[in-house]
Design a protein. Structure first.
Length: 113
């Protein structure tokens, strides 16, 4: 295989970039939350007329955090898949055994075999 595969070496960075952006966004949200802590406490904690508001706001927060956790898990899985694709394409370019060094549980290796 004399020609290099077009995608070899570029697949690994997509999920890592997005995870980095999520970390930066999370840090920015924490900083703004700490900066506006008094306002947020007034709106979400002190000015609740009934306990129903606590449950609704708590439920929204739990759903939001569960969604963020799920997104992070999926991007970590995507990052592992990207590494497996990169490894497989690199092995094909070098003429090595295609699945050598790739995660045997990855989708790419399972489909290739």
């Amino acid at each position: 295989m004399g020609e290099q595969t077009q995608l070899a070496g570029t697949e690994e960075v997509y999920a890592r970039k997005i995870l980095t952006q999520l970390i930066v966004l999370g840090a920015a949200i924490i900083v703004v939350g700490l900066w506006q802590a008094d306002f947020l406490a007034d709106v979400y904690l002190k000015n609740q007329l009934t306990h129903v508001g606590w449950f609704i706001n708590g439920g929204i927060l739990v759903l939001f955090l569960a969604g963020i956790y799920h997104i992070i898990r999926e991007f970590q899985r995507l990052s592992r898949e990207e590494r497996a694709i990169s490894r497989l394409l690199g092995n094909l370019d070098r003429g090595d055994l295609p699945t050598e060094g790739a995660d045997p549980e990855s989708l790419m290796v399972r489909r290739y075999v």
